[in-house]
Design a protein around this ligand. Sequence first.
Ligand code: HEM
Length: 127
Amino acid sequence: MTDKSPVLFERLGGAAAIANYVQEMYQRVLADPDLASFFADSSMDRVKKMQYHFLASAFDGPADYSGAELTKIHADRGITAKHFAKFCGHFADVLEEHQVAARDIDDALGRLAMFKDKVTGDSNIGG
Ligand code: HEM
């Protein structure tokens, strides 16, 4: 049989849908008083574009990410587990609002969770 279930990138709606989720996620992030200030000096056009390519690849879509390494870009910004959870929560809310299936939302959040240590720098804290 050649019956293959589509990869997460397709299940989330493909390129146009995911680019739109990224736009809407950053609208929420920039409206969140706990998160907005992190992005005060950033070029949001670049961040959104890079985030789209990063996520496309993380969701088994096209691997066209050409941005900075995740640990490096997030280091020394004071990003905590709480910030990370809120950030991911905004992404989940956007997917829910677009009626993405719960199973696919869980799958996407699972992929994001794999990057937590790189974003919060927890892997640099001895333990
Ligand atoms: C799974 C979660 C996350 C992923 C996959 C992610 C990914 C990325 C990517 C791909 C970029 C662009 C890199 C580049 O320009 O080359 C970026 C930039 C950035 N991220 Fe994240 N990020 C995540 C969570 C967060 C969180 C929770 C914060 C803070 C609350 C944050 C703050 C930033 C900032 C401030 C920039 C811009 C840095 C600059 O201006 O150069 N990120 N992130």
